[in-house]
Design a protein around this ligand. Sequence first.
Ligand code: ADP
Ligand code: ZN
Ligand code: ZN
Length: 792
Amino acid sequence: MQTNRPFEYEIPSALTDVVIPGVRVEVGFGRGKRKIQGFVMEVKKTSDFTGKLKPIIRVIDVKPVLSSEMIKLSYWLADRTYSFQISCLQTMLPNVMRAKYKQFIQAAPGFEQDPEVQQLLNGHLLVELTNDTTDEKIKEIAHLKRSEKINIEYVVENQANSLTRQAVTTELSKDALLKSREGLRKNALAQQKLYDYLIKEYDNLPVESSVIEKQNDIARSTLKTAEKNGAVKFVEITKRRKPVGIIPEQQKAPTLTDEQSEAVSKINSAIDSNDPKTFLIEGVTGSGKTEVYLQTMQQALNQGKTALMLVPEISLTPQMVNRVVGRFGDQVAVLHSGLSSGERYDEWSRIEDGSVKVVVGARSAVFAPLKNIGIIIIDEEHEASYKQDDNPRYHARDVASWRSKFHKEPLVLGSATPSLESRARAEKGVYQMISMKKRINDHPLPHVQIVDMRDAENSAVKGDFSPLLKDNIWRAMKRNEQAIVLLNRRGYSSFLMCRECGFVLKCPNCDVSLTYHKNLGKMKCHYCGHEEPVPHICPNCKSKKIGFYGTGTENIENQLNEMFPEARVLRMDVDTTRRKGSHAAIIKQFGEHQADILLGTQMIAKGLDFPDVTLVGVINADTTLSISDYRASERTFQLLTQVSGRAGRADKEGHVIIQTYNPDHYAIKDAAKQDYETFFKQEMYLRHQSGYTPYYFTTLVSVSHQDEGQALKQSFWLKKQLQAVLSDQAVLLGPSPTMISRKQNKYFYQIIVKYKRGPELHQRLLEILSETQSETKRGFTIAIDNEPQHID
Ligand code: ADP
Ligand code: ZN
Ligand code: ZN
């Protein structure tokens, strides 16, 4: 924390024009000879530092990697997330810039023959920028870069070799080639083939040698012979990685429905008037939200602005990405986790240099270096994946909101099941609400049935399928339709439930379910630390059928195979999707109807839009209901609503079957009716009663140490510190041990603070972080999470 601030350095006169805010520099740090990389935040004429300033050793970038917007954002982000500003800055940039990389200079297209450029490159295609590059040279390079005559390429060291390729071209005119072709001997078949190729591809030359050899089956020796005869010339070309891949056919915009055009015109007028408003689109699944996103993004582009769109997880939403790329073509950059770091950098620089107008990506894409943003969209805004679990613990929605204000342009949040926080803000008028209640073409919502698993008929079955669900899968198979089966995995097996009455053991103080702690052999509350022994009969109905609940996907897969030996089952869970690209492969296979049943965990609930899917079955709706988190009902409602929306997307009627031990729970009943508003009212009432978000702010502070006694002692010390600054309205829970209380051989304790207003708390937390810095060296750490998404 002492180092969490800018440091002052002298700018050597040779570097005056090059050291500008946003470039990285190498500087000496501390007393020793240690050299580190720093970001230039600001250039000042005078210094308040009384000692002798150290000079900057060298400049790493000849043009800024951080815009003034990003520099500004980093101050806010560090404060908001209680993290080091340097880690915020690094989070904004592609990894390559942290890794070992090389920098190369090359001529910008059209400037290959420029005398200044030629002098710099000295006959080479690429020139590496190294530590030995003189200050004079750096200045020259910076000048050429500013006049856009050259480009800088970053290449991760072990990928540096792949940047240039050998290619084939010709110095002959097309006519001359044709003449030579006629002059070839009749039996020189290989040469004829090569000449024909060169004539056909004349305008596309040079072409990579490997392409000619592999794809067109022309031997190396054939090329060499042609080179000797003066028909072919070998040259070097540079190759930029193109991660977007095949661009789907351009798709035209459909005529909007009334609800859609109303939404579009509201948002467009905010774009037109530079109004940094936040809109919340609450629209049932299939109401056409995506089309609203596309047309408002178009509006931004029409005005010469750019558009940023966030989706929860690219690999799970390939259809959404295809629609965006289908509409905007190669103006789109897609930032997804499957990109290699080199590809990610390439996309980043395409965005940075303005060749891209639209960015689609998951959480970290919120830092995309787009300039002149005209609209920011967050689809499925309620998703927990928008919050980063590690430092800096930022929520993409907060960053998007900051950028929306910075650019003075609207932010659009969309969901069928908005987060309670967002919906509550719309209620108060902080966000402007747009509701879309109708499905496109008045397509009916799927027919949903709740199955009470406590019924004799259902509790008698051996496996996990009720007769009703089994029967419906059978019918779907018979009609050659597809089914999705969801196994709700989150939090499974760590909670206790009665199979007779559905009872779940809860904390008497906190209204969240207790979690089983294996090492203690006890049930424990993660919020307040309350603990009690594991009951062996149900406290509610005295049944002995109380126990840990949970089934694995593999087990369900076996049951499906046994019941429906002819059905082709695809399984999608953490085990089958570990390999890169396997998500997309499974989704593609299912989409092409190469399988009949898609069985999976939470990851199958989102965004799939396949016409043959007419049945969705939920094996165990209760599991998310029982996680020890005050968002349990909200998560359950969202999951069930989302997964139900997968059935009956086209003209065939959809059917959903939800199995549960809590058929009367409002989250399950409201989800069955796809009735968000009723759910919202009920849940708000309960949050109010128990004092949770959005009625209170929540901050989670966790403390860890290798010695359990130390961790506990420190957490009590911390509690005392916080109590001193909190008002009577605030509530402090804990310290309590967390679920995995011995991660990396450390003991974790957490304190939950719920409060209405907390400037003093914020200040005190920042101070505590700074004060405890020296303790960190002794293995003691504090982590602060503003508005946590999970409490475990
Ligand atoms: P949501 O994102 O709200 O779930 P989608 O945008 O996926 O809904 O729309 C559902 C379906 O309706 C999609 O197949 C989409 O192509 C189609 N669609 C959307 N808007 C229109 C429209 N105005 N006219 C015809 N079809 C539309
Ligand atoms: Zn409790
Ligand atoms: Zn019971």
